[in-house]
Design a protein around this ligand. Structure first.
Ligand code: HEC
Length: 199
């Protein structure tokens, strides 16, 4: 597991930009490495988002927000962990306003979330925005990828400004320190964060 206090040592090997693309000149080896890990991370992020969204929809339809909250509360952490593990990656959902305290960002993730937030304020955050970098952590190369998550109407039932009394009560019970409410459609909610070993 990456620990909050883990120091990033060594150089940043590559920076693929947020929003647009401005990568420094790279060697051929680096280019193919980037291609491999970036495309791997994209596939994982997309698959993970699809899986979560289909589970959410299924339970919203079957039992409404109450059932969906219960399922989410009981399974989201484990599902996220297991989805990553079977694909050789560490996946987290991170946010500046966590519902589950386990989803607070590490220092690295926090810096990228802040960049995403800046982009959003400038109206430049899009569905294509992403962040990718190969870093060296304690002498080991890691690929780090973050993909922003934005609020769409279906999220408002549980993250919006006008929650039903039932949802409010349930959330209070399961998440006494919930910070993940008060969002509007289009707001930046957080990001999917992926870390992979680079071999
Ligand atoms: C039925 C209620 C419900 C809906 C609808 C819902 N969420 Fe959540 N969301 C939750 C719960 C409950 C958690 C905490 C899960 C946990 O304990 O890991 C959560 C956690 C999250 C997290 C992890 C960060 C954190 O705060 O812990 C993100 C990111 C997130 N939701 C984004 C979204 C987005 C984007 C949508 C819309 C596509 C959405 N959610 C729709 C209930 C919901």
């Amino acid at each position: 597991m990456l620990k909050r206090n883990m120091r990033m040592t060594g150089m940043v090997i590559l920076l693929i930009a947020i929003g647009g693309c401005s990568s420094p000149k790279q060697s051929g080896k680096m280019q193919s490495m980037t291609k491999k890990y970036l495309s791997g991370a994209r596939t994982i992020a997309t698959g993970f988002q699809k899986e979560l969204s289909s589970i959410l929809k299924k339970h919203l339809l079957a039992g409404g927000p109450a059932e969906a909250i219960a399922v989410c509360a009981d399974t989201a952490q484990e599902l996220t962990r297991a989805f990553g593990e079977t694909r050789g990656a560490i996946i987290r959902r991170v946010t500046m306003k966590p519902r589950n305290p386990a989803d607070a960002p590490d220092e690295y993730e926090k810096a990228i979330l802040e960049k995403f937030a800046e982009l959003q304020q400038e109206g430049k955050l899009s569905s294509r925005s992403e962040y990718f970098e190969i870093v060296e952590i304690n002498g080991e190369k890691k690929a780090r990828y973050l993909k922003p998550l934005t609020i769409v109407p279906v999220c408002l039932k549980c993250h919006g400004t006008n929650l039903s009394p039932g949802v409010t009560a349930l959330l209070k019970e399961r998440y006494p320190h919930d910070k993940a409410v008060g969002y509007n459609s289009g707001d930046l909610r957080g990001a999917i964060s992926i870390v992979m070993d680079v071999e």
